[in-house]
Write a protein that binds this ligand. Structure first.
Ligand code: FES
Ligand code: FES
Length: 216
């Protein structure tokens, strides 16, 4: 059973045994990693329990993220990038990995409303921030976001691998400026690359999305 499943299974009961919280013990074990050394613990004679004292540099791995308006508990290694957490821990595969080194924009998500490359953000650094992925754009009733609808209407992409990144960047642009010029739109999307070089149709989509946004 994976460590995340163990937490799901027994982490909900917070019974204490001799003063040691069951949940606290498990969280401490995960925080310090599977190969933790006994030297990472300090024996506190005065209270007669083993206290968790993670080795220097260790971080708590079981954290809560705010993704698409929901609180998500997830087990995250300290060096893990946000795109890996979103895709492989939370199943949000709409966010793509292209270059994995801050060059292509395929992994763009919004953090507190601003576009970021999720391949270059450590997940631990976005605790408490509002993360939005392409899965969070559609309304609960299934209505597409204006940018999504415009992409459908303009058939703005070819292979569409770059699409979710462009849509997230365009969403941030229109939040800030619902009436951009084509040049302003091109500048706002300059951090996103399209290998199919479909830029004219992408810009057509953004300009159509701006119309929809103003209409709404
Ligand atoms: S995958 Fe993140 S910028 Fe290319
Ligand atoms: S449509 Fe193929 S990479 Fe952009």
């Amino acid at each position: 059973m994976a460590s995340g499943e163990i937490i799901e299974t027994i982490g909900t009961t917070d019974k204490t045994n001799g003063g040691v919280s069951r949940r606290g013990f498990i969280k401490g074990a995960i925080a310090s990693g599977a190969a933790v050394s006994s030297s990472a613990y300090v024996f506190r004679e005065q209270i007669g329990v083993l206290a968790q004292s993670p080795a220097l540099g260790a971080v708590e791995r079981l954290i809560t993220l705010n993704v698409n308006g929901q609180s998500r508990r997830v087990d995250v290694a300290k060096q893990e990038t946000l795109v890996m957490t979103l895709r492989y821990k939370l199943g949000l595969t709409g966010t793509k990995i292209g270059c994995d080194r801050a060059e292509c924009g395929s992994c763009t998500v919004l953090i507190d409303g601003l576009p970021h490359y999720a391949c270059s953000v450590l997940t631990h650094n976005v605790r408490g921030r509002a993360i939005q992925t392409i899965e969070g754009l559609e309304r609960p009733d299934g209505t597409l976001h204006p940018v999504q609808q415009a992409v459908v209407d303009e058939q703005g992409f070819q292979c569409a691998f770059c699409m979710s990144g462009f849509i997230m960047s365009a969403t941030a642009l229109l939040e800030e400026n619902p009436n951009p010029t084509r040049t302003q739109a091109a500048e706002a999307l300059s951090g996103n690359l399209c290998r199919c070089a479909d830029y004219n149709k992408i810009l057509d989509s953004v300009m159509r999305a701006a119309e929809y946004t103003r209409g709404a």
